[in-house]
Design a protein around this ligand. Sequence first.
Ligand code: ZN
Length: 186
Amino acid sequence: MIFLESRLQPLNGNRRMGNPESGGFPVQASNSFSQADRLWMQHAVSLAARAEQEGEVPVGAVVVRDGAVLGEGCNRTISHSDPSAHAEILALRQAGEHCGNYRLPGCTLYVTLEPCCMCAGAMIHARLQRVVYGAADPKTGAAGGVFHLLTDARHNQVPQVSGGCLAAECSDQLKQFFRRRRMQQT
Ligand code: ZN
């Protein structure tokens, strides 16, 4: 999971800004998210901040059903020496343990950054009802940023996918992280 600042484009309404070379993809307008969506995404942002405090790239995720948290996680690839320790995977794992079932119907997963192919695959296996992400990732995103894996109709079941929830905040969190890291390296 490698991100460069230039890859992270903020969303503005239902149009993505910047970098036309990366190819656009439709996202829901920011006003289409509910207050609950924004609150859960804010929680994911706070989880991402925890990752940053631990020296990881700040990405956070939370799995919710019927207004309750079933699982949450933040990126821990470095501390776990585990390429699969993305925030979404850890949140899904915790939710699965909580429910005693690897399938999580009726659940919504909120994540601050558009999921990668690995996480999109896990979300399909989990049979999530819905996935909401914040910042788009036009380099590795699997929800339309690059790949359309998460919404590929060939899957038995695909979640409803909404991108751009608190997009500016999620994008800024990553941008500032990389800016600070660059400054530390120079
Ligand atoms: Zn991932």
